[in-house]
Design a protein around this ligand. Structure first.
Ligand code: HXC
Length: 512
């Protein structure tokens, strides 16, 4: 009979094997690329000592290609739960040292267990991905594992926040599951995402492209819009995820944590009074308004490198999380185009799903004209933003800072789409189009330049202001810029217990 000590020893040995992952050589290779191991990532991510691991002893069952000779307890994924700032969070981290972090049937089941627990307990799931995709030796078993994960990702969507970090070279299924989650983080110089890698592309299309260019962090943060954040290294990325979580509720029923602030709610911002230039064609930086209104002037921006003509992100107002969507006149005059519509629409839907009020700051000259936009489907993509705002039942507070022209006026959380409070600055211009465009159409046959200029001035005076909309009740209140923080906080307070439901249905049909 084995002594108790022997039993403990066996237990220690099995734990050690699980911790050794793919062995020292592969761990050294992982480290030489500036990357942490899966276990180090989990340690760095959670509050100290709070992580509890599931399924450390699980092994794969594959007997193809001599796989039964390489059995590593845990099978290449570390999974479990712990605390982030004292709040329950579930996580899994793929271990690249074990078959390149590839997904086996058994490690898919570990991830599925974590996701199901997270949904049941109402806590976020964080996936630290570092994987070559489906485990090739397992064939369809691995594909089945991915399919099951995808299905759960979809079921969890809108129930608990799902956050992905791409922390190595991720291919195939290892990028599709993150794509369904709410936010994707990448790591500078060491993470890549692609459905098919450079080698396959070279064979099929004869294009030569580097890993970095094809699927590096800037490609996905600035060009494709697949990713939302870039961290400077593994640790920094994990800290950014912790910060994002601090703004979010744990699930679709709970409220986001409240962070009390010493920043006075009636703090006046004199600098805002003259931020908007008197020349309507001059840009200014919308971030200044966001920072001026936010608690401690702090704005946590999302997708800062993509479609910079619109800004999205989180602030706290009197301690409570709010989502911000704002046109950025400093970039392409703040115009709405395909990319900015997509960026904002998905964010609006995230906020709505998780009961986060939305503050919309408007300075938009309209939709971007041109064949590129029309052929690219600006009609349906712009409609997504409209749809998202109209469908959202969370508190919606809108402030028109300057331009709100044409369809873009309607789209940007207008009264007509159900905004609860619509403010405007005295500098607001709300009309079907800008003065020059309007005069060129209405007075098409007017040849005299002087008379045309006068008509432009008349139009500007009569229509390019907030008063027509205010007379109709489409603007609830015209406010001084210096009072922005106080007025928005008061609107958020007023709407805190808002109850609004859309008609019962299976689901709507957003123009995808
Ligand atoms: C099994 C894998 C693997 C995989 C990598 N490895 N990917 N083992 N299945 N999918 C193993 C390697 O054999 C190697 O083992 C170790 O992991 C490290 O891989 P390297 O190639 O040495 O690393 P690196 O040079 O950094 O390249 C990483 C990589 C590359 C870019 C991820 O390995 C790669 O291209 N892998 C295949 C990617 C792929 O095509 N996956 C299938 C996708 S299809 P040793 O023993 O040498 O350490 C898919 C379908 C899902 O996922 C459905 C989606 C809808």
């Amino acid at each position: 009979m084995q002594s108790i000590d022997n039993k403990f020893q066996l237990f220690e040995e099995k734990k050690r094997l699980a911790e050794a992952g793919g062995g020292n050589e592969r761990i050294a290779k992982q480290k030489s690329k500036g990357r942490l191991t899966a276990r180090e990532r989990i340690e760095a991510f959670f509050d100290i000592g709070s992580f509890n691991e599931f399924d450390r002893m699980v092994t794969h069952k594959c007997i193809n290609f001599d796989m039964e000779k390489t059995i590593i307890p845990g099978d290449g994924v570390v999974a479990g739960y712990g605390k982030v700032d004292g709040r329950l969070v579930f996580a899994f981290a793929q271990d690249f040292t074990v078959f390149g972090g590839s997904l086996s049937r058994t490690n898919a089941d570990k991830i599925i267990k974590v996701m199901k627990q997270a949904m049941k307990m109402g806590a976020p799931v964080v996936g630290l991905n570092d994987s070559g995709g489906a485990r090739i030796q397992e064939g369809v078993l691995s594909l089945a594992g991915y399919g099951d994960i995808f299905k759960l990702n979809v079921q969890a969507s809108g129930v608990v926040p799902q956050i992905s970090a791409i922390m190595g070279p991720c291919a195939g299924g290892a990028v599709y599951s993150p794509a369904i989650t709410d936010f994707i983080f990448m790591v500078k110089d060491s993470s890549y995402m692609f459905v098919t890698g450079p080698e396959v592309i070279k064979t099929v299309t004869h294009e030569e492209v580097s890993k970095e260019e094809l699927g590096g962090p800037m490609t996905h943060n600035a060009k494709s819009g697949v990713a939302h954040f870039i961290g400077t290294d593994d640790e920094n990325t994990l800290m950014m995820i912790r910060e994002l979580l601090s703004f979010l509720p744990s699930n679709n029923i709970d409220e986001a944590p409240v962070l009390p602030t010493n920043d006075p709610i009636d703090r006046e911002e004199k600098d805002l009074q003259h931020l908007v230039p008197s020349d309507p064609n001059k840009p200014y930086n919308m971030l200044k308004i966001i920072e001026a209104m936010a608690d401690d002037r702090y704005f946590f921006e999302v997708m800062e490198h993509y479609a910079k003509n619109i800004i999205i992100g989180f602030v706290r107002m009197d301690g409570r999380t709010a989502g911000v969507v704002a046109n950025q006149p400093d970039y392409l005059a703040g115009v709405l185009d395909i990319n900015s519509s997509l960026k904002a629409a998905r964010f609006v839907r995230f906020c709505d799903a998780f009961n986060i009020p939305i503050i919309t700051l408007v300075d938009v000259p309209g939709f971007l004209p041109g064949t590129v936009q029309e052929f690219g489907g600006i009609i349906k993509h712009g409609a997504k933003l409209l749809y998202a705002y109209a469908e959202a039942t969370v508190p919606k507070i809108t402030l028109i800072v300057r331009k709100a022209y044409g369809g873009a006026y309607d789209v940007m959380a207008s009264k007509h789409l159900g905004a609860d409070i619509n403010y405007a600055y005295p500098t607001a211009e709300i009309a079907v189009m800008g003065p020059e465009g309007a005069v060129n159409i209405i007075f098409r046959n007017e040849a005299d330049e002087k008379s045309k200029a006068k008509k432009v001035e008349d139009y500007r005076e009569n229509f390019a202001n907030p008063y027509k909309a205010a007379e109709l009740g489409y603007i609830d209140e015209i406010i001084y810029p210096r009072n922005t923080r106080e007025k928005i906080i008061s609107a958020l307070e007023m709407t805190r217990n808002k109850r609004e439901d859309n008609p019962p249905k299976k689901h709507g049909n957003i123009p995808l």
